[in-house]
Ligand binder design. Structure first.
Ligand SMILES: *Cc1c(COP(=O)(O)O)cnc(C)c1O
Length: 352
């Protein structure tokens, strides 16, 4: 049975978290002399002289409406990267516990594990980029704390089979993290609404992709109140800065505009996939549920380098297992996509 207390590191269970000035007083007052801020102001906007809300209550309330989930189920991190790191620090004992990843996948799960001295076990995806459930199950032991599932997956672009993910959720007593960074571009629906059914589920999303706010650094984790409470205990008190909180609040009022961008990107993705299929040296355009395409192309490395000479940067995944000869290509603007296709045609003309 899933039991949060058995999973949480003993030192974290015992931890008395830092109590900030703004934690100890949160009512209405006229004079704030409790946090050693600069009472005169700042060279910038006046309110940047104050520490931000450590619990990001306003952002969470707005997000709660958009995602149809209670604020107590929401954690905000300085990018998803902070959420990833915190999951290790809360639940994985260095040098003792292990986690499972399913490569090819997002690189930070492994890097963050290495930083935290946590063993990484690998159950590679099958040839069709789906989960290898048998391999996964064989890797689990009493010290396995987290299983990382990225869906839609980076760099393969596909959503993983929903039944497979549910099988993992139903049979693993540790935490299953589903990274939904690209969910807004997917035909699949989010797992957020399944949180009530799975006490061991953490869903991660981000403002960096569909929301177009990679520069603000704002990541989200959705989970049971018990898991969120542990993350809150360990996070730095002011991990989301004032500017980010303000801008995120504004963005959350523009859901319509974001949905329009998503539709446009999806349409361009599907059009670009069509164009690539016509290219003679393209062996495969993988179906994508994200805002990028994984393209298997003859002499991928050479194409990558040619594009660089034209000032076009793609992501070379050609030496990643299961992605041999593949380039990962983000969907650009209409103009950028045209520049890319024109450059590819030029490359083919000069190389045949
Ligand atoms: C881009 C991406 C993220 C986003 O990370 P941030 O730190 O929020 O910018 C998370 N997971 C995956 C798989 C990604 O590709």
């Amino acid at each position: 049975m899933f039991n949060i207390d058995n999973l949480t590191r003993k030192n974290i269970q015992a931890l008395v978290p830092y109590s900030s000035a703004r934690d100890e007083f949160s009512g209405e007052a006229k004079v704030f002399l409790d946090a050693n801020e600069n009472s005169l102001g700042s060279p910038l906007t006046k309110w940047y002289n104050r520490y931000p809300d450590p619990h990001q209550q306003k952002v969470k309330e707005a997000l709660s409406m958009v995602k149809a989930i209670g604020t107590e189920h929401i954690f905000l991190g300085n990018g998803s990267d902070e959420c990833i790191d915190l999951l290790y620090r809360c639940f994985c004992n260095p040098g003792k516990d292990n986690v499972i990843i399913c490569p090819p996948t997002y690189g930070m799960y492994e890097v963050s594990a290495n930083i935290n001295d946590v063993e990484v076990r690998k159950a590679p995806l099958l040839d069709d980029f789906e989960l290898d459930l048998v391999h996964l199950e064989n890797l689990v032991d009493a010290h396995t704390k987290l299983i990382w599932i990225c869906s839609p997956n980076n760099p393969t672009g596909n959503s993983l089979n929903r039944n497979d993910i549910e099988t993992v959720l139903n049979n693993f007593n540790g935490i299953v993290v589903i990274d939904e960074a690209y969910i807004n571009f997917a035909r699949q629906k989010s797992f957020i609404q399944e949180l009530n059914d799975y006490p061991n589920l953490v869903v991660m999303q981000t403002f960096s992709k569909a929301w177009g706010l990679a520069g603000l650094r704002l990541g989200m984790a959705f989970a049971s109140k018990e898991i969120i409470d542990v993350l809150n205990k360990v996070k730095p008190p002011y991990n989301i800065n004032q500017a980010t909180q303000e801008q995120a609040l504004k963005a959350l009022e523009e859901v319509g505009q974001v949905n329009d961008m998503i539709k446009e990107l999806v349409a361009m993705r599907d059009a670009l996939a069509e164009v690539f299929t016509q290219v003679p040296t393209v062996e495969k355009v993988y179906p994508s549920d994200a805002n990028f395409l994984l393209v298997k192309i003859k002499d991928a490395r050479k194409v990558y380098e040619y594009m660089l000479t034209k000032g076009i940067v793609l992501r070379d995944r050609s030496n990643v297992k299961l992605c041999e000869d593949c380039l990962r290509i983000t969907i650009g603007t209409e103009k950028e996509n045209t520049i890319l296709v024109d450059a590819l045609v030029e490359y083919l003309e000069s190389n045949t």
